[in-house]
Design a protein around this ligand. Structure first.
Ligand SMILES: Nc1ncnc2c1ncn2[C@@H]1O[C@H](COP(=O)(O)OP(=O)(O)OP(=O)(O)O)[C@@H](O)[C@H]1O
Ligand SMILES: [Mg+2]
Length: 382
């Protein structure tokens, strides 16, 4: 029987009244998210962890290994045949790379991208540098490293070629995900708004701020499964910004993910498969697969794309550790895209595991006959 180590970070229960699978954030929508409220937004709920463990159990004995300080010892003692990794990590700008790096150190095969890709994609600016070097379209940007560089920037004359002469702009913490630190206030219309929000982000998130040209077109998020030439894009998820409250900006940020989307009044934010022309579909898939390969993504990922004013698909960011909420009622893009391709939740997880096992030469021995069916990539529509 294959021994599957399962590495994860479980979200603590923060407060009553939070949704299953979300950060249990407890504040008014008109408030700035308190810096502590979204601290665990990337970590997984007990519900998600149980669902993944259950899916993996079709292929062997699942050894749960919480990705805390005891993980290295546990891995050394257990020596699983393969690790299925969804751990977002504890600290630092390389936090997502820690578990894969420790697996590498012990020569234990693991699922998903390697430490280099995970660290790269957790740095939005370096990711964009990489993409730009390979001619993959993404919004022009500049990095505000710290307070001093913000002050210098505000004092400087802006030439017409500077992005700071091209408002509106969009500012984001450089090393976050799950819309931590991304609210409507990040859409800045002038230098005063830029100064206020950049300063807020620098102070609250204690990391550089990336400032980007605002992409005005439609937005999509795209699941990818597989490796090499056989990697495939799942049906596109389109963002239906019409579903946001009246007057809301067309942004899939903190408010849309964690405040306006409630179990009682779910936002009808996703259209999957997105209704796009075959030509646009092809050009989105093309840019997504190029980004996936250039950045070295493996097994699975979720990639955000937005059209610019010319209708060209631009990469917004790449998530090699995609969110995977199991409950279809929760708005979770990758499981949703998988369902549209005919893959249930278990099959999505098993598919990622199978890709990792194939890639690393690990034999998976199935426990249940049903699980022996090959879920992916052959199950995907062409
Ligand atoms: N340059 C941009 N132009 C227009 N909209 C943008 C831009 N950058 C980000 N956005 C909006 O903000 C949202 C969140 O940004 P981004 O995807 O970079 O953050 P994230 O926190 O890493 O997201 P995720 O929850 O997918 O991990 C995007 O989905 C998009 O709606
Ligand atoms: Mg995103």
């Amino acid at each position: 029987m294959t021994r599957i180590g399962f590495a994860y970070n479980q979200k603590p229960e923060l407060s009553a009244g939070g949704r299953t699978g979300t950060a249990a954030i407890d504040h008014r929508p008109d408030e700035e998210p308190p810096s502590t409220a979204d601290v665990y937004a990337e970590w997984d709920s007990a519900e998600t962890i149980d669902a993944v463990a259950s899916a993996l159990s079709a292929f062997g004995d699942v050894i749960r290994i919480e990705a805390n300080e005891s993980l290295p010892e546990r891995l050394r003692a257990e020596r699983p045949d393969i690790v299925f990794n969804i751990a977002e990590g504890l600290h630092g700008t390389n936090r997502e790379a820690h578990v894969p790096a420790i697996c590498e150190f012990f020569a234990i095969p693991y699922s998903g991208s390697d430490p280099f890709t995970l660290s790269l994609c957790l740095d939005k600016a370096r990711t964009k540098d990489f993409l730009r070097a390979h001619g993959v379209p993404n919004a022009r940007f500049a990095v505000i490293e710290d307070e001093a560089s913000l002050t210098r920037l505000l004092a400087a004359e802006m030439g017409s070629d500077s992005i700071f002469s091209k408002f509106p702009l969009f500012v984001k913490p450089i090393h976050e995900g799950s819309s931590k630190g991304i609210t409507e206030r990040n859409f800045v219309r002038d230098r005063d708004e830029l100064e206020a929000q950049a300063r807020f982000l620098l102070t609250t998130y204690d990391q550089p701020v990336i400032t980007e040209e605002f992409l005005t077109g439609a937005e999509f998020t795209c699941g990818v499964l597989g490796n090499g030439a056989s990697a495939q894009v799942l049906p596109l998820v389109g963002m239906n910004f019409e579903s946001l409250p009246e007057g809301a900006l067309p942004i899939y940020g903190y408010e849309a993910k964690w405040v306006w989307d409630t179990p009682d009044e779910p936002l009808d934010i996703f259209e999957c498969p997105a209704r796009v022309s075959p030509a646009l579909q092809r050009s989105i898939e093309d840019v997504v697969l190029r980004a996936y390969r250039i950045l070295g993504c493996r097994d699975w990922s979720r990639i955000d794309v937005r059209l610019d004013a010319n209708g060209t698909p631009n990469i917004v960011e790449v998530n090699p550790l995609p969110g995977i909420l199991p409950n279809p009622e929760d708005n979770s893009c990758l499981p949703k895209a998988a369902r549209a391709a005919g893959l249930g939740y278990d099959e999505l997880i098993q598919s990622a595991l199978r890709h990792a096992a194939e890639r690393t030469g690990v034999q998976l021995r199935t426990k249940r006959r049903a699980a022996a069916r090959r879920p992916s990539p052959v199950a995907l529509p062409v």
